[in-house]
Design a protein around this ligand. Structure first.
Ligand SMILES: Cc1cc2nc3c(=O)[nH]c(=O)nc-3n(C[C@H](O)[C@H](O)[C@H](O)COP(=O)(O)OP(=O)(O)OC[C@H]3O[C@@H](n4cnc5c(N)ncnc54)[C@H](O)[C@@H]3O)c2cc1C
Length: 159
């Protein structure tokens, strides 16, 4: 009979596999866990090629698992980045409506942000947008939303 070496095997060394490994290892330190990756290095696909933005949950239905994951995950990811000296920038995010027809959507995501308890979200006018982001172009006269702590950029692995 073959010997069982590992208690758990996780397939895929992207952020989901790595985070699953990390959380299980922290919760059950005595378990032997195997992370299997088909490439020669981890994070070679989506995880190593994305925009590095930690999203805020503005777009997700309040109370949904996606919204909870975004809000709680953002806190955990920033704490992780600090603990492990991973460069990151809590730069905020400006969402801009450039047409009057987009205003109901702005109201919707603002309300989502409030319901999801995302910090630092506020409504701003088209004029105020320029104070935060002078490179917003065009006829931006409409309401925007500024989220002071919402989006964060993390450093990607060096290639
Ligand atoms: C262009 C782009 C920009 C993005 N920007 C952002 C962003 O700014 N912020 C954000 O939060 N999200 C962003 N995303 C989404 C985010 O990158 C993905 O949701 C996330 O990386 C998915 O992680 P994953 O571990 O599920 O997948 P992946 O990173 O694709 O990892 C899957 C791993 O499984 C391995 N694998 C597959 N099959 C097998 C097998 N049979 N055996 C062993 N290994 C296997 C693959 O080689 C790969 O390493 C972006 C996505 C893209 C494409």
């Amino acid at each position: 009979m073959s010997e069982q070496i590992y208690d758990i095997a996780i397939i895929g060394g992207g952020i989901v596999g790595a985070a699953t490994f990390y959380k299980i290892q922290k919760a059950y330190p005595s378990l032997k866990i195997l992370l299997i990756e088909k490439e020669n290095q981890f994070a070679n696909h989506q995880t190593g090629n994305n925009s590095g933005v930690i999203h805020s949950g503005l777009y997700y239905t309040p109370g949904s698992l996606k919204a909870k994951n975004c809000v709680q995950g953002r806190h955990e990811l920033v704490a992780f980045a600090k603990e492990h000296n991973i460069a990151h920038d809590v730069c905020g995010k400006v969402v801009v409506a450039t047409k009057e027809s987009e205003l109901p959507f702005m109201e919707k995501i603002y309300n989502n942000g409030i319901a999801n308890k995302t910090e630092g979200i506020e409504k701003i006018t088209g004029e105020q947008v320029k104070d935060f982001e002078p490179f917003v172009e065009g006829n931006c006269r409409y309401l925007g939303a500024y989220a002071r702590e919402l989006s964060i950029i993390v450093e990607q692995p060096k290639k």
